[in-house]
Design a binder for this molecule. Structure first.
Ligand code: SF4
Ligand code: SF4
Ligand code: SF4
Length: 193
């Protein structure tokens, strides 16, 4: 393997590890691997990696099931054992290190502990922290926030609210809220609120 390719793998690893969520991290690494043309010399890699991508995408989008975990583990092990190149083996090893970790398994139970998988989170405004300044509404490109900016000389205002059906979970509102009133909740927990 050339020095150039070694360097690229190291870069991909670093970029993948910038994601805190283990499923996001594994999927990122795999997507990068698949973005190069598939040489197709080894059966487990040339077919298994596409199956792995489907399984990881399912988990990220909230559709993962427990039986997907042994499938991912089986494919990873097969690639590690039979692949001819370091690139294929390293990709499978990277994914395997996350499979079965607590963070990975929590997705199967309906939660992304790092709150990076959008399917598992919801943005909400805590009414007691909202000062009705209107900053969040200004930056929301999806027109997902309702509320009227408070005028100091008038009373009767209500805290701002996020319309969940319109919210694309871009996170822009969180950046501008001066009182940290916008929280990212687990959907499971948010349903109970
Ligand atoms: S493991 Fe390497 S040589 Fe084998 S199919 Fe994958 S990329 Fe090609
Ligand atoms: S930016 Fe924060 S404080 Fe201001 S209206 Fe929005 S949620 Fe309320
Ligand atoms: S997360 Fe994005 S789309 Fe959702 S309310 Fe905030 S700014 Fe709007």
């Amino acid at each position: 393997m050339s020095e150039h390719k070694e360097l690229k793998l190291e870069e991909i690893r670093k970029e993948a590890e910038e994601r805190h969520c283990p499923v996001q991290s594994a999927l990122y690494y795999l997507e990068k691997f698949l973005s190069d043309p598939m040489c197709g010399k080894c059966f487990p890699c040339s077919f298994g990696t596409y199956e792995m991508r489907i399984r990881l995408q399912d988990i990220v989008s909230g559709k993962g099931t427990e039986d997907g975990i042994p499938v991912l583990r089986r494919i990873s092990n097969a690639i590690i054992e039979s692949s001819r190149c370091k690139k294929g083996k390293d990709t499978a090893k990277f994914i395997l290190q996350w499979i079965g970790t607590d963070g990975f398994m929590e997705h199967i139970e309906g939660r992304c502990p790092d709150k990076e998988c959008l399917a598992y989170i919801e943005y909400r405004i805590a009414p007691d922290k909202c000062t009705m300044c209107g900053e969040c509404k200004v930056v929301c490109k999806d027109n997902a926030i309702i509320g009227e900016k408070k005028k100091p000389y008038l009373s009767g205002y209500l805290p701002f609210e996020i319309r969940q059906k319109r919210c694309t979970k871009c996170g822009e509102c969180v950046k501008v809220c001066p009182t940290n009133a916008i929280e990212i909740l687990d959907i499971k927990a948010a349903i109970k609120v």
